[in-house]
Ligand binder design. Structure first.
Ligand code: ADP
Ligand code: SF4
Length: 695
């Protein structure tokens, strides 16, 4: 199909210094938890983006010298010539599809503790290290010799990047991750020499690195400057007006301006806290200050929004990290006139959690992300079916939908049976909660794609029992029947069921997330929400209850609310929102017992108990698989042969409750591995081993 002419503007080439981007789709640098440890996996992931039509594909940040490294986080390294081949693999993978390869050179300075290299970190002034942890490390103030060294290291890294084949070389001054952020900040930079004081002086090192880089590689490589337009620290930091002054001062020096806002948590806000194109107020006006092309992000998934950004003179290039992760083929789909096929990012930041946990990137929407090389998975293509077997998938939640879709794409005949009246399972329920509406995209994308597959039939209001499954005569059965929240308080901290007087009757009314999502809210005004789950749901339900007029106390054994969301960069925003809504937060508390009109909370350190008067308790604790059908079928294994059944598998939350991303992955994995040879005890993915150096 021809593309809609409205989107032609997105396919115009853009000149960036000595190179030309073939269209306006620009994959900005993004971390992925693979970096130097999983170099081939990372290269393959970037290659798939290029295949999907992005004109520019960049690496994550790349350390340029061992005097600044950010262990335990896994990024790239270009410390010496030995690092060139791994980087060249990335550039080659990107070039294979006629895209430009960009590399984000980074010198973190006060943002790395150097626990690996044991070098003393450098900064503009003496200051404690500004990492995610309160590491007991300080950076020392740089003298002129240190500045000269840094300039040489950066120049050498740029030359190595050029040798590795990169087309765009970055000078990085953003997210609070670069030493340049700290030089720029009045708050951190209190130097009395020509590198401190006025904005010109605080910009001096950035200017020098840009000039050095241009001089070293500028003939063949474009030099990009990645810059935070506001570090949202108020007057002590770089505010929007001063940042715009900085753009004015350096205006024509870089070949490209890559704009971000503040730290990573603000730059990659989740859909719960920011809509598409949320950075527009910061970016507006920058293009008037420079004639050089400008790229910016905004979790853009709508081609109309992208066109509007270009037409209104905000951006020249549509920057994307998350939308390119959720759908590496986003540009191709617009180009081929099928934007409805875009697998839109839901803004959950599971992708970020890979980097935060030092494990390969995962994506809720794109189960192939991070598995391109390890498992040979592709975001768009699947291997053809291995037989004419017919598959019954039970349950149309994220696992069942993905399973049916991936099997259908392979060419299998599939029946998807769902007990309820609508598809989506937990996603359909959770998307109705405050701030989570975009999560419905997990369902909508898959339902939209399933409609295109004549070999997949979907039946609703079809709650199946073992007898029916045995009667149907499918050879393969995949059970994706989901999970239910526990009502007994058992999770991580409490291992004994709560001594409940008599369930709902008599004692305090108890509610689970399933009750609340089904619209059953406590009647009383005072609600204790006990969160021993620690991901997003406890915080979201506290918000739901508060907005419904309840006075909520959130008690949790953890030190803070929704603790795991540190990994999705949301914890600060969540706790701030709850405090602003008036939720009372009781950290370090375990639910010890329930009375008729009060709950008993015990301190996780001392065990000392206190009584909290309330009218109802909501337990956000743990889930149990809905695996009754699986157990029934297993109990009747002797009947399978006569019924023509070769295998019954349980996948997703029905196997082990987890994230939506895990359920989608489980669905995809079932489909990928159907009719594949048995690999026995072999490691089920490729991995890269360190080559041993001679002794
Ligand atoms: P997952 O995250 O693993 O996909 P969900 O809980 O989101 O799990 O979805 C499970 C789906 O399975 C729900 O929509 C539920 O209605 C459906 N389901 C559960 N048991 C049956 C059954 N016996 N027959 C058909 N559908 C079922
Ligand atoms: Fe988007 Fe979530 Fe995928 Fe990240 S993990 S790209 S936020 S859908």
């Amino acid at each position: 199909m021809a593309r809609d002419s409205r989107y032609d503007i997105l396919f115009e080439p853009v000149r960036i210094g000595p190179v030309t981007a073939k269209n306006r789709f620009y994959q900005v640098p993004h971390c992925n938890g693979m970096g130097f440890r999983d170099a081939s996996a990372m290269a393959a992931m970037r290659g798939v983006k290029a295949e999907g039509g992005w004109a520019v594909v960049c690496t994550e940040q790349c350390e340029i010298h061992p005097s600044s490294e950010i262990a335990p986080f896994i990024e790239l390294r270009l410390w010496d010539d030995r690092d060139i081949p791994a980087l060249a693999r990335v550039a080659d993978a990107v070039h294979e599809h006629d895209a430009l390869a960009g590399i984000e050179l980074a010198y973190n300075g006060p943002n790395g503790s150097n626990f690996y290299s044991r070098e003393v970190p450098l900064g503009p002034t003496h200051m404690p290290i500004a990492t995610f942890a309160y590491d007991p490390v300080q950076a020392r103030a740089m003298d002129k010799a240190d500045i000269a060294n840094l300039r040489r290291w950066h120049r050498n890294a740029a030359l190595r990047a050029q040798q590795a084949g990169f087309d765009i070389v970055y000078v990085y001054a953003a997210h609070g991750y670069s030493i340049l952020d700290y030089f720029l900040s009045r708050h951190h930079n209190t130097r009395g020499d020509e590198y401190g004081g006025s904005l010109e002086n605080r910009l001096r090192l950035a200017r020098e690195l840009l000039e050095d880089t241009k001089e070293a590689v500028g003939e063949t490589c474009a030099v990009a400057f990645r810059f935070s337009l506001d570090n949202l620290r108020g007057a002590v930091g770089l505010e929007r007006a001063e940042a715009h002054d900085a753009v004015g001062l350096l205006a024509e020096l870089p070949d490209l301006w890559d704009l971000v806002v503040s730290g990573w948590d603000n730059d990659s806000r989740t859909s719960r806290f920011a809509p598409e194109a949320a950075q527009e107020p910061f970016v507006a006006g920058v293009k008037k200050l420079t004639s050089k092309p400008v790229v910016g992000v905004g979790r853009f998934t709508s081609p109309d929004t992208m066109v509007s950004q270009v037409k209104r003179g905000l951006l020249d290039l549509i920057g994307a990290a998350r939308p390119s992760i959720a759908d590496p083929f986003l540009p191709k789909k617009i180009e081929e006139g099928r934007p409805e096929d875009i697998r839109e990012c839901i803004g959950c930041n599971i992708c970020v959690s890979g980097d935060m946990t030092q494990t390969p990137i995962r994506c809720t929407q794109n189960p192939a992300m991070g598995e391109e090389w390890r498992k040979g998975w592709h975001p768009e293509r699947l291997p053809p079916k291995g037989s004419d077997t017919k598959v019954l998938v039970v349950g149309a939640g994220p696992a069942g939908l993905e399973c049916a879709l991936a099997l259908g794409k392979r060419g299998y005949r599939v029946v998807l049976a769902e007990a309820g009246r609508e598809p989506g399972g937990r996603v359909a329920r959770e998307a109705r909660l405050p701030g989570l509406s975009e999560w419905a995209r997990v369902r909508d994308y898959r339902v939209g794609q399933l409609h295109k597959l004549p070999n997949v039939e979907v039946y609703y209001e079809s709650a199946l029992d073992a007898e029916q499954v045995l009667e149907f005569g499918f050879e393969r059965i995949a059970l994706a029947t989901g999970a239910t929240w526990r009502r007994d308080g058992v999770a991580r901290t409490r291992l004994e069921p709560l001594p409940v007087p008599s369930g709902l009757a008599g004692g305090l009314p108890l509610f689970t997330p399933d009750d609340l999502m089904a619209g059953r809210l406590p009647e009383g005004a005072r609600v204790l929400l006990y969160d021993d789950d620690h991901y997003y749901l406890g915080g979201v339900l506290a918000e739901l209850l508060t907005r419904a007029g309840r006075r909520v106390t959130l008690a949790t054994p953890a030190a803070d609310v929704s603790n795991w969301t540190h990994n999705t960069l949301e914890q600060t925003a969540i706790q701030t929102r709850l405090l602003e809504l008036g939720v009372e937060i009781r950290p370090h508390r375990v639910l010890a017992g329930l009375g008729a009109e009060a709950a008993e909370l015990a301190c996780t350190y001392t065990g000392r108990t206190e009584s909290l008067a309330c009218d109802a308790v909501v337990l956000v604790t743990a889930r149990l698989p809905e695996d009754g059908l699986y157990r029934e079928l297993k109990a009747r294994e002797a009947d399978w042969k006569a019924a023509g059944i070769a295998s019954v598998d349980v996948i997703g939350d029905a196997c082990a409750p987890g994230t939506i991303a895990m359920a989608v992955y489980a669905g995809r994995r079932y489909a990928e591995e159907l009719d594949a040879p048995d690999i026995g005890d072999a490691v089920p993915f490729r991995r890269e081993l360190t080559e041993l150096a001679p002794l």
